[in-house]
Design a protein around this ligand. Structure first.
Ligand SMILES: Cc1cc2nc3c(=O)[nH]c(=O)nc-3n(C[C@H](O)[C@H](O)[C@H](O)COP(=O)(O)O)c2cc1C
Length: 173
C-alpha cells in the first residue's frame, strides 16, 4: 500500500486490518502522510524515504524501491492525494512511493483511491490526469460523496475501506 498526505490516511489502520486478514501488507508513506498517523501506533509496517537511504550505502546493496516493486503482487495507493496524482501523471519519482510506482510492472495490478476536497476533485486537471493513468493500466477506485473533513459536502472522500479491500481481494484471489 501507499499512503499520501490526504486526510483519508486516518483510515489506514482500518484498511490495514482488513487487508492483513488475507495478505502481507507493507505501507509506503510519503512525508505528508505521516501527519495523519498516530506515532504510537506500531501495528503498521510503515516504510519511508529514510528506509530507502538507510538500507543503501554502496553498489551491490539492494535498492529498496526495486525490491518492493518485485515483492508486491499488487500495489494500492489509498488515499492518493492530488499532489501525488500529478506526480504519477508526469512520471516524477522524488520519493519512495513514486519510485515504486514509476518502476511498476503493469502486468501486475496497481490501484489508486483518490481523495481530496470536492473543488480539487472537480478541477479539470483531475480528469486529464486520471485518463492518462488509466491508459497505462492504473485501476481507479473513485471517491465517494459525503461531508468532507473540511466541512464541504460533495465528491472527494476516499471510498470505504471495506469496498477497497473487497476489490483488491477479488482481483488477487
Ligand atoms: C489537514 C490537511 C488535510 C489535507 N487533505 C488533503 C486531501 O484530502 N487530499 C489532498 O489531495 N491533499 C490534502 N492535503 C494537502 C496535501 O497534504 C499536500 O498537497 C501534500 O503536499 C501532499 O503530499 P504527498 O502527495 O507527497 O503525500 C491536506 C493538507 C492538510 C494540511
Amino acid at each position: 500500500m501507499g499512503i499520501t498526505g490526504s486526510v483519508a490516511t486516518i483510515k489506514v489502520n482500518e484498511l490495514n486490518d482488513l487487508l492483513c486478514s488475507w495478505a502481507n501488507v507493507k505501507i509506503i508513506a510519503t512525508k505528508s502522510s505521516l501527519n495523519f498517523i498516530n506515532k504510537n501506533e506500531n501495528k503498521l509496517a510503515i516504510i519511508t524515504d529514510e528506509n530507502e537511504w538507510n538500507t543503501w550505502s554502496e553498489i551491490g546493496d539492494q535498492v529498496l524501491h526495486i525490491e518492493l516493486r518485485k515483492w508486491a503482487d499488487i500495489f494500492c495507493i489509498a488515499p492518493l492525494s492530488a499532489n501525488t496524482l500529478a506526480k504519477l501523471d508526469h512520471g516524477l519519482s522524488d520519493n519512495l512511493l513514486t519510485c515504486v510506482a514509476r518502476a511498476w510492472d503493469f502486468k501486475k495490478p496497481i490501484y489508486i483511491c483518490p481523495a481530496m476536497n470536492t473543488f480539487m476533485w472537480n478541477h479539470p486537471i483531475t480528469n486529464t490526469q486520471l485518463t492518462q493513468l488509466k491508459s497505462w493500466g492504473y485501476e481507479i477506485i473513485d471517491p465517494i460523496e459525503k461531508e468532507l473533513a473540511c466541512g464541504d459536502i460533495g465528491l472527494g472522500a476516499m471510498e470505504n475501506p471495506e469496498v477497497i479491500n473487497d476489490l483488491l481481494k477479488k482481483h488477487i484471489m
